[in-house]
Design a protein around this ligand. Structure first.
Ligand code: SF4
Ligand code: SF4
Length: 191
């Protein structure tokens, strides 16, 4: 189940009380305390009764428990491997041009049947800012922002330069994201 997508209104005009600042600090402390106390009491109670399933805690025990990722979440960009086993990318280069930090490099080639494909496709994950512009620019649904939030960093930047084989993910595993980008394309919503 995907998590909830929240649209944030960035054109906020502050009221008189918000401009005073201190009432907002008090409100923030009240909200924090409102969540903290029931959580704390329920954890202590569950511990005393030895019933961990009864805790009403809002956080999760990661990595044993995994969070629900919102459908609009932009994780590591990956290339889509179509059902025929081939990459869907046609090496048009639009993602390369759209990428603000220039972390994509493509060398295109032509197959014997005349179709285009990327002979090499390299994405430097250490420069990626997860903006999703590559996904938006792609006319083939060939590069998408996956929900992978776990394998984003390495101790060596060199290990974050992904080649085509490292980037390709079967279409079946990206179904949820592909459905989301189709829905987004036909709606006026700005995710
Ligand atoms: S998400 Fe943004 S920064 Fe990362 S590869 Fe795509 S266009 Fe480039
Ligand atoms: S925009 Fe899509 S089809 Fe074009 S090169 Fe990038 S991934 Fe391939």
């Amino acid at each position: 189940m995907p998590g909830k997508t929240v649209k944030v209104d960035r054109n906020i005009t502050l009221t008189f009380w918000e401009k005073l600042y201190i009432p907002e600090i008090i409100r923030g402390l009240y909200i924090t305390t409102k969540h903290f106390l029931p959580n704390f009491v329920s954890v202590v109670r569950a511990y005393i009764l030895n019933k961990p399933e009864e805790r009403k805690i809002m956080t999760i025990y990661y990595p044993e428990e995994k969070p629900n990722i919102p459908e609009a979440y932009r994780g590591r960009p990956v290339l889509v491997r179509g059902e025929d086993g081939k990459e869907k990318c046609v090496a048009c280069g639009l993602c390369e041009v759209a990428c603000p930090p220039h972390c994509i490099s493509i060398v295109g080639a032509i197959r014997k049947d005349g179709t285009r494909y990327p002979e090499t496709y390299v994405l430097d994950g250490s420069r990626c800012i997860f903006c999703g512009l590559c996904e938006e620019a792609c006319p083939e649904e060939a590069i998408v922002m996956s929900h992978n939030y776990e394998n984003l960093t390495e101790l060596d930047r060199g290990l974050m330069i992904y080649d085509k084989d490292a980037l390709l993910v079967p279409e079946a595993k990206l179904k949820e994201r592909l459905e989301f980008i189709r829905k987004r394309a036909y709606s006026k919503c700005n995710y």
